[in-house]
Ligand binder design. Sequence first.
Ligand code: S3P
Length: 167
Amino acid sequence: MNIILIGFMGVGKSEVGRILSSRLKMNFIDTDNIIEGAEGIKISEIFEKKGEPYFRDLETKVITTLHDYDNFVISTGGGIVLREENVKMLKEIGPLVLLASSPDAIYGRLKDEKDRPLLRSEDKMKNIKDILEKRTPIYNKVSDFSVDTSKLSPEQVAEEIVKWLKK
Ligand code: S3P
């Protein structure tokens, strides 16, 4: 089995994923890291040089390579759920665990962050709220379990997921 972490930018997918994988003696991968490794440049540069549609195609391509994976915690980019085919392929390899956060908590974590190409507007809070509003119904619809990470440490979030898995 694998565990797939989904959710908005800045909710803690990578950090929680690392902690969870070590607790459960699983491997850890992050789809954004795979893309950056394959392209040899950062995600923000891929957006700048090649555009978002090109990046989205890379995301889908990465997911197609995961079908034989076992015993992995897989952290995904926040927009991975935007394509139904991505969700379908991911669900075939494991449950989708949503890490959700309030706009305030996300803003607090990302306010000084320069590496999120989708959050480069003057009004970052509005930017976060707008995208979150569009995506929240999708995140909720596709997830098998969710944890609100707004007020929890990454260790506590990992603990919630472990408890759910034991049920
Ligand atoms: C994106 C989230 C980013 C990265 C890219 C697009 C999104 O990943 O994939 O900048 O559409 O939400 P994180 O969720 O790890 O920040």
